[in-house]
Design a binder for this molecule. Structure first.
Ligand SMILES: Cc1cc2nc3c(=O)[nH]c(=O)nc-3n(C[C@H](O)[C@H](O)[C@H](O)COP(=O)(O)OP(=O)(O)OC[C@H]3O[C@@H](n4cnc5c(N)ncnc54)[C@H](O)[C@@H]3O)c2cc1C
Length: 402
């Protein structure tokens, strides 16, 4: 793996115009897909991806790690291949005026930047709680769970992460008390059929639910001392991005997500594209409010394509994306696939449940790793977010069955 000074001092083609430099910050779902697609579309640009850890993290499986499954090792240098430089380092600052990034004390210049630093747990008053946003966090929680055999688990937040964690834990720990706490009922955004299936499964799995009457993020006394003595408390209340973009002068929302236009460009900085959890639609456009690998992959791929277009002097097309389905695992044997209206994002009547849905969700998780791998090996644009014929077919079969 090249060290920083080697990367930026490498001789360019003697006597030729220096190559354009694109730096990609973040080696998660968005950053990796951006790098691979840019390499596919432009053979000449110098691409460097910077990440603060050497592995690609399958973050969508962190609840599985929290329950005791071991992580797959996927070195980023292998995932990216030889013609994309990988630099292991921590990004400290972006100078958006001089177009330089500070990485572990060293300054590196860019012509275009793709910002994809993702997110962590929503914290404010909750730093003392467990979270499963990072691999280490999930493993720490698991170790704590093993060492405190008499403790139950209280999961704050009954969104998809909370539900997936609760059900995964139940399969591995049949005797623990597991409780979800939220201001809203689990799965209240789902269609009625999916909601009924979810409630039935949570009840069969003896997963409790309690209504939270205070906002845990603003009220530090939201979990009583007795509750903390008896239970491990996990924060699954949502995501928040690092404050690096805000500190570097980019306009962000209250979760530190950078406002982008329909080309995913940061406000006032057409040379900076933002993808994944770190981006939010702004400029009066409809907001992408769903942070997920389901959006990070298309946004990253689009950012790679758009960077290639801009470098070639072409006008970028608009980023168009609509959710068509949402996958929820309920342990290893059950799941829910809720089909959505592409324009509004609202739940439709079409749903898959049970073993079929569990297998479908597992397939999706595998594809998030397999598709970039195929793209790198075959040099073909394997990943697409445009609704494929097969998804249309599954959706229409599920509608007929509904
Ligand atoms: C338990 C769990 C289950 C989930 N399940 C689903 C699901 O089923 N479907 C779904 O769509 N989404 C799911 N998500 C959400 C999904 O994981 C995220 O939305 C997705 O990872 C976002 O991708 P990203 O590339 O934007 O960011 P990330 O995957 O967070 O990657 C960002 C990368 O940047 C690196 N980084 C951050 N700061 C720095 C820095 N200063 N310097 C260098 N590197 C840095 C990080 O180490 C990381 O490698 C789940 C999340 C969790 C926690």
């Amino acid at each position: 793996m090249p060290v920083l000074s080697q990367v930026w001092l490498m001789p360019r083609h003697a006597g030729m115009k220096p190559l354009k430099k694109v730096i990609i910050l973040g080696g998660g779902y968005a950053g990796v897909n951006a790098a691979l697609r840019l390499r596919l579309r432009n053979k000449d640009v110098e691409i460097t991806l910077v990440n603060d850890r050497s592995d690609f993290i399958e973050r969508i499986r962190n609840h599985e790690l929290a329950a005791g499954r071991s992580a797959r090792q996927l070195p980023l240098s292998d995932v990216l291949g030889e013609d994309i430089r990988f630099v292991l380092g921590r990004v400290q600052k972006i100078d958006v005026v001089t177009r330089q990034v500070l990485i572990d004390g060293q300054t590196c210049a860019y012509d275009m930047l793709i910002y994809a630093l993702g997110s962590g747990a929503l914290s404010r008053n909750a730093q003392h709680l467990h979270t499963i946003n990072s691999r280490e966090g999930a493993e720490r929680f698991h170790a704590d769970l093993l060492s405190r055999k008499d403790h139950g688990v209280t999961i704050l937040g009954s969104g998809l992460t909370g539900i997936e964690l609760a059900t995964e834990l139940r399969e591995r720990f049949p005797d623990r008390k597991i409780t979800l706490m939220d201001r809203r009922q689990p799965g209240s955004h789902l269609g009625i059929k999916a909601q009924n299936y979810l409630n039935g499964t949570l009840s069969d799995m003896r997963i409790g639910f309690e209504i939270l009457t205070v906002d845990p993020l603003t009220n530090s006394g939201f979990v009583s001392d007795t509750e903390k003595e008896m239970n491990l408390v996990v924060n699954c209340m949502g995501f928040q991005s690092p404050d690096l973009a805000r500190k570097s002068g980019l306009r962000c929302d209250d979760k530190n997500r950078v406002f982008v236009n329909s080309h995913l460009q940061a406000e006032g900085h057409p040379e900076i594209l933002v993808a994944g959890d770190a981006a939010v639609y702004g400029f009066g456009l409809q907001q992408i409010t769903y942070a997920g690998c389901a959006t990070a992959m298309p946004m990253g791929t689009y950012a790679g394509e758009t960077a290639a277009r801009i470098l070639a002097g072409e006008n970028p097309t608009e980023f168009r994306y609509g959710f068509t389905f949402q996958c929820i695992s309920l342990g290893r044997k059950k799941g829910i696939i809720q089909f959505l209206d592409k324009r509004t994002g609202a739940a439709t009547g079409a749903v898959l449940t049970g073993k079929t849905a569990a297998a479908f969700k597992e397939l999706i998780c595998r594809l998030t790793v397999l598709l970039p791998k195929l793209e790198r090996k075959t040099r073909l644009p394997f990943y697409t977010w445009r609704k494929t014929r097969i998804m249309k077919r599954i959706g229409s079969l599920a509608s007929k069955a509904a």
